[in-house]
Every structure is written in C-alpha cells, then in structure tokens.
Design a protein around this ligand. Sequence first.
Ligand SMILES: Nc1ncnc2c1ncn2[C@@H]1O[C@H](COP(=O)(O)OP(=O)(O)OP(=O)(O)O)[C@@H](O)[C@H]1O
Length: 274
Amino acid sequence: MTTDSFVCERLTKSFAHGPDAAPAVDDVSFTLGTGRSFGIVGESGAGKSTLLKCLVGLLPADGGRVTYEGQDVGRMSRQEMRAYRRRVQLVLQDPYTSLPVNATVAQALEEPLAIHRLGSSQDRRARILRALESVSLAQRTLDRGIRTLSGGQRQRVAIARALVLDPQTLLLDEPVSALDVSVRAQVLNVLIDLQEERGLGYVVVSHDLNVIKILADEVAVMLKGRFVEQGSATQVLYSPRHEYSQLLVSVAPSVERSLENRAQRERPAVAGTV
Ligand SMILES: Nc1ncnc2c1ncn2[C@@H]1O[C@H](COP(=O)(O)OP(=O)(O)OP(=O)(O)O)[C@@H](O)[C@H]1O
C-alpha cells in the first residue's frame, strides 16, 4: 500500500501585500507518496523555490497547510523541526554557493553530522563513506578541497552532504541546471540509482522539462504561483491539457527519448540528452 509523505493543502505565500500584489505561491496542493517523485516545472519566477522553502519550513506559509507523515510542518516544536530537517533535505541548485568552499570534502560531509550531533567518529566515517559511494565518488576524494572539484563532482558532494543524515525525502532545486550538459547525465543517473537503492522520495523542481521527465512520476506545471495542471508524468507530458503545458512540451527538445527512458524503467544510463 502506498503511504503519503508530503501532503500540501492550498498553500499560499506572498512577499508583497496590497491590491496588486500577486502571491509567489498561490493555492497549491499536492501529495507525495513515500518513495515517489513529484516534479514541478515552470519558468523562472513561477514560485518553485519559494514552494520548496515553505515545504522545508525555511519560510512560513501565509495560508494552507503542509504535513509530513501526518505531522503539521507549521506547528512543529523546535525539536520536531530539527528531526524533520534530518528527514527532509533541501539540495540547492548551485553547488558553488551551497558548499563550504574552503573545506575539504571530508569536512563538508562531516559538518551536517556535527550540527545534528549524530554518531561516534567511527559511525560518522561509515556514514560519510556510504554517502560518497552512493554518489559514485572515490574515497580519495575526501581529502580534496571543494574548490578543486569540477561542477559535477561538487553537485555530487552536495547530494552526499544531504545523504549523510539518512533522509527519507530530498527536495531538489534545479539539481543539474548549473552543470555542463556533459555532466548532467552523470548526476541524473546518481539520483535515479539512489532512489532505487534507498527508496527516497523526491520533490524536484526545474525549468527544464527533460529533467522532470527523467525523474518524476507525477508532474505539476507551475505558472505565476499556481499549479495550472497536474497529473501523472505520462498524462501531463504526453497529453498536456493546459495551453501553457502544451507550449512547454512543444518547445522541449528530446521529448521522446526521455519518455522512452522512463517507460523502460530498467533505468539504463541516461544519455546526454539534457
Ligand atoms: N525573499 C524574497 N523577497 C521578495 N520576493 C521574493 C523573495 N523570494 C522570491 N521572491 C519573488 O517570488 C516570486 C517567485 O520566486 P521563486 O524564486 O520562488 O521562483 P522560481 O520559480 O524558483 O524561479 P527561479 O527558477 O528563477 O529560481 C518572484 O517574483 C520573486 O521575485
């Protein structure tokens, strides 16, 4: 039986107030099943990052409700919020700014464990090695400085930094958009494999429909703060109903190839199509 991890009900968030101010997130509802992927696609400024920040409790919502495994995120005590932020990890789009640039990889991966006061030094080492392996980075990477890594390696370290806490859900904000086309497929493959190995749930936002096609089971199309369409990936991507979704699908390259990869579900190596 499928259970739900996130239930987001009529969520609204505004930054400006007054008669002409449009909410950044406007009456958004969706459900994420445990171990499933929910993709949100929309252009820059649609409200995608704001929505993720509300989900993780970094921004308070103005209206509506988010629950995670039945617990109201807006009503958590400090202690509950701390535990929640271990289980739900936000991976930001730009590994250049989200990682401590002067640290080594080992230090960057240990930091979240220290913040959450988790594990003995032996246990921390085991978690770090497991996370590193999960993102296909060699153990010798641990001694490298963050500055010396390529963009793809940094993004994999950013994902590993989330994984050391053994989360259940990752919120992925444009997980590959800061990367060269040639390394996007590498990182997408890591995310696909991780979900199979660890049963993680994903909420993934992107302006790139191909990324959504590869990662998501359910898809919402976001325009000016609202979900104008949502449904199964196959429905939204094959038979979009809203004219804005139709426009997005019509201009996205490599549609068929990505859909075929999803449909096969053996998850072969993602070709460099995105
Ligand atoms: N801290 C803030 N203060 C004021 N306005 C904000 C703030 N953060 C976001 N906004 C506004 O909210 C709207 C939605 O922004 P958001 O960053 O959520 O969009 P997005 O879809 O993630 O865009 P992008 O893909 O460019 O990151 C925009 O109009 C933005 O200017």
